[in-house]
Design a protein around this ligand. Sequence first.
Ligand SMILES: [Zn+2]
Length: 397
Amino acid sequence: MFSKHVGKELSAYCQGELSAEESRRIAEHLIGCHRCRSEFEEIKLGVKFAEHLPLIAAPDALWDDLQVLIEKQGSHAKPANEMRPTRKSGNWRLGFAVVAATLVLTFGVVAFWLYRRESLPSWEVARLDGTPRIGSAGIKEKSRLAVGQWLETDEVSRAKINVGSIGHVEVDPNTRVRLLETKITEHRLELVRGRLSARIWAPPRLFFVDTPSAVAADLGCAYTLEVDDAGASLLHVTSGWVALQLKDRESMVPAGAACATRPGVGPGTPYFEDSSETFRKALAKLDFEPQNTEWSKIPSLDLVLAESRPRDTLTLWHLLSRVQSTDRGRVYDRMAELAPPPAGVTREGILNLDETMMMLWKENLENIWSSDSKLRKTWIGFWTRSLGKVKGLEGKK
Ligand SMILES: [Zn+2]
């Protein structure tokens, strides 16, 4: 059965305070639960904010007060006869305040310095072939990649990055990749050219790869991602799920599926790699060259719909919100033919892109899309639960 929402445990989870077993349970829940996932994003943001707190400047007023205290302290250092006897205790208090303030400041600076040193972010890199380089230095056997540094391979070199304790990334020849960030709430690489294979067992949405045309967000998975010289990329997922995003355009790509991205467009529509060649070709035209009618006498969308198998509802589900509203009905009808929508999902609702119905149908379809039985169970549980909710709502009407 689908477990309860995990909102209360998210903070501890985010800070790595849970056991491996508990973390796994929550990670699995997060993959399937939209609600907890958005809560998780908020908590991550909070933790991120907290991490930056030491960098916030003290208010000017505090410095002014300190300045006054220090000046007073200086003036009290004048000959004793200039001091009134009644100010003696005040003098002592002022002195104490300055010493205390200095101690607090010193302690703060040292603690911050230790914190920075402790978390000086870098990943271990091992040479696999040839001589990969970090900056201008060649890697003999092992080295470290710090935040901001570039790792580069030539046509014969390969390297492996250990991404903290959350997974590893293999970097293929002719690749240029940079470590942008590594902290408890986010690990981020930038891939500007070449190819990498990532295997990540971190909680979903902790590991990101920026490419020139989209961001790959990991949802507990293994995948390869390549970027060509024009900044276009291609993602192949071998296990779990990956989300490709650019602004508010998002493609959810499960194991066995692929998705292309283009600069200026963002992620295209995901598709299963075992779909027909005509299907894939027509989809690429639909995504990236919608004006090109030269290549086929039959419109791309017609070809995609005609060539779809039940599993290709992955593609059709994404197309629902991407095609012109005049074409949406045709996409719906084909989907309903291949995999009838669950109770609570209506044609009218889908044509209006009703968010609840879209999610409900998607959770239902993930069943067909996923080849992983454990994930499938999660999807079924989620679907059953959501279905109960929608039925409950209907009952109230
Ligand atoms: Zn939940």
